[in-house]
Design a protein around this ligand. Sequence first.
Ligand SMILES: [Mg+2]
Length: 382
Amino acid sequence: MRITAATVYALDIPFVEAFRHSAHARRSCDSVLLRVVDEDGFVGFGEGAPRPYVTGETPRSVVEHLVGELWPRIVGADLPDPVAEGLPALDEEIPETAVAGVIAPNAARCALELALVDCALRSRGTSLGALLPPQRRSISYSGVISAASPELAARRARQMTLIGLEDVKVKVGIGQDVERVRAVREAVGPEVSLRLDANGVWALDEALAFTDDVVDFGIATLEQPLPRHAVADLSVLRKASGIPLVADESLVTLDDAELLLGAEAVDVFNVRISKCGGLHRSTRIIRLADEAGVAVQLGSQVGETAVLSAAGRHVAAWMPRLACAEGSYGTLLLTEDLSVEPVHFGHQGRAGLLRGPGSGVEVVEERLRRYARRVVGLVARG
Ligand SMILES: [Mg+2]
């Protein structure tokens, strides 16, 4: 596979309504989309969702990394075909360079890897399902409730259960947390699985006090109660709290995964494809966790477009064991998505498999141009 041209789009797609959690309030999708073209004219799309409070990346740093570091190293190169040679062979050819102030430039890496894989698959008319054989026929997505007043969170949760969602995640760590959890539990009843996410905001003593206060509400999991590096404290909390813990911001790289597993710090990994650096690295972490008996949820970036949603659908379908899945909100959150066919989930959070070539979604290129804050065109020299 030889890539001869690419276009980088820094997007700004407004949300239907703002989404808040303890680390950020978000009103639009600021993903970076990458469109690559191979020597035969086949096209592939990838997406990275930069999060300063997760990998340390910003839309600007992702564009700079793609344009300045990754593109010069892959343009015109004889890249391994991921269909014939596998995802690991391609991963080895994607340069690994440090970026100042960034934990790992994983959103940029994800955008490039997804685009290359999509392009290679489309050139053969093959689905991503050929690389990630599905273990299930559909995915049940859970709902995620933005940080809000207890009353509003309870109303949202109730709406979600009315469309049949059986699993909801509530943001905590922003004040009125116990009240919000109580209100949501009362609104959804005892059967709905209730997960909580603090986005790393607490110290150990605060997390211990909180878990004591909510343990009787039947909490399925508590995600990222402590800051990213507090792995030893996570182990302490896990033994003391009686609520299964999930690593999210603590789990960015493969080294993070090994550290968390070695410390027996959590019960569940939240793998997100952009956060973890693309398909190959996400699936490696999932395999490691599976071998260690740690459950995995397939998370998403709030406001991702159909390109990341499609990648998430394929990985969730492939996973040996799927604790739960988030994402595929599409136009439930975005005022307009990038794909011809909608990707968002339906009744009961269900969504079917994507079987078309590549990722299985057709990108409307006019929308890329319309929602781009910045466009960088790249071509092979000479
Ligand atoms: Mg999280």
